[in-house]
Design a binder for this molecule. Structure first.
Ligand code: G3H
Length: 232
């Protein structure tokens, strides 16, 4: 567990996110500048900006994290793998992707699992860390448990209860973080996201088992201010 009185440790548990489709190159550069200023763990940005972010953040130790088939989740596996092939070429350190919730809800666990497994295999071979956004807003209790277990079995590095963009109130809850934590084992770990916009909320999520947070309120959290609840 990090020391929440230590700003450096707090910053190093934050992946500062701006994956808005209307983000311009200038906006991206400002975002990266903020990542450097606070020394966040990662800049979480859209795939179209990975190359530029890699160049700008070179030597800072700040990771470049991005997304795959985000936020919709329902491309075919073939499409996801083709996009992944292109993503591997621009060398992000990590990416977050949503496995298709409809497969799990429809009882097609094998396909749900297989999708994650194949994505993990390609990514790990390229040295890329993979996080699954399990979109708990779509799932009932039993499905949430299975989603976490299957992601862990498939070799996913980090499970996350939501992209922060899904349905069903995508705001993170302590209960959902606990479900993740209780249904995975190391080396799989828990990332949380969705309206985690204050230090207090981050602290509560970490007490429940999260070790990383994806948030658009990184600076506000570090400065002890309230983040923008309507950031997205
Ligand atoms: O980490 C991903 C989400 O987009 C976070 O957004 P949010 O902090 O505005 O809820």
């Amino acid at each position: 567990m990090i020391d929440f009185d230590n700003k450096k440790q707090v910053a190093k548990a934050i992946q500062y996110t701006n994956v808005n489709p209307n983000l311009t190159k200038e906006g991206l550069l400002k975002h990266l500048e903020t990542c450097v200023k606070y020394d966040f763990d990662a800049a979480m940005i859209a795939p179209c900006y990975v190359s530029l972010a890699k160049e700008v953040l070179k030597g800072t130790g700040i990771k470049v994290a991005t997304t795959l088939n985000f936020p919709q989740a329902n491309d075919t596996l073939e499409m996801k793998l083709a996009a992944l092939k292109a993503l591997v070429k621009v060398e992000p350190d990590q990416f977050d992707f949503p496995p298709n919730p409809g497969l799990l809800i429809g009882g097609r666990e094998k396909e749900y699992f297989e999708e994650m497994k194949q994505i993990v295999e390609v990514s790990h071979a390229a040295g890329i860390v993979v996080k699954s956004m399990l979109e708990f807003g779509f799932l009932n209790e039993k499905q949430k448990v299975r989603a976490a277990q299957l992601a862990c079995e498939a070799g996913i590095d980090w499970v996350k209860q939501s992209s922060g963009w899904g349905v069903g109130g995508c705001a993170a809850t302590v209960e959902d973080v606990k479900i993740l934590k209780e249904n995975i084992q190391l080396p799989c770990r828990v990332k949380v996201s969705g309206k985690v916009n204050t230090l207090e909320k981050m602290q509560a999520m970490f007490a429940a088992g999260a070790e990383l947070v994806g948030t658009s309120s990184g600076p506000a959290i570090c400065d002890g201010l309230a983040g923008d609840p309507n950031a997205y």
